[in-house]
Write a protein that binds this ligand. Sequence first.
Ligand code: ZN
Length: 285
Amino acid sequence: MDTTRSRVKMPCPTNQRMASRPSRRSHPAGPASRRTGRSHTYRRQKRMKAIALILAALAGTASAADCGPDKLNTERTIILKREGAAYGALQHSALPLKKGEVVLTFDDGPSPENTPLVLKALSDQCAKATFFLVGQNITQNPELARREVSEGHSAGIHSDTHPNLGSLSPEQQLEDLKRSRAAYKAVFGVETPAYRFPFLAETPTMLEALKQANITVASIDMGINDWIPEDTTAILAQRLKDSLDKSGSGIILMHDANGPTAKALPTLLQVLKDKGYKVVHLEWQ
Ligand SMILES: [Zn+2]
């Protein structure tokens, strides 16, 4: 299914250091100055909180005004348990979706060239998606990975180096998983809740390891075969229409690292809107 080659670069330790949280400094002075310090800190926190509330209110207003009925929007969110379940009717059970409901998923990023276009297209239509990130791309582009989540999308992992895991020894498979989980945790501060196999090529070793680690396996219901560089927007839109007509609902696989997909996404989202499809967003507990 997924034959896009990921852009994989060597991990950069500086980025990992940037991702680590600064430690809380203990107050160096005695009780009197500690009291003063505490009161100053309290006032500052209160001021910051007030500013944050105003900004949140302004953002809420803007978003409510922009996300009217002319937009695709996000119909509802399904919050999945952090457990070793597996979804996607191509290989596993289907998600509990109604006819006409789709989940948008994007693989192989983050890509500095293409992911920002995908984020803009999603934001313009108020649609939320799930990104399956390649570990080494996360390490190379930590800010872009964090931006995806800060804009309300969810993220899982898609291996560390995008190998066909079936061609690796069990030890190599587990090593790739370990590295990709570490890359995710270094940037997001939490364990990945979900995993999508490169090329959807599942192996017994990995399925068992993911189950043990309570990581959900995210397969797909349909795709648009978006890995050919010459694909035009019209071709991708037609493939999406054909897949929707065939499946009727489910998880759609696309690739945010793929240039033609990033370019076509405004049209693809319009196809969903015109055909009356509703976007369901996946989150994890
Ligand atoms: Zn992939």
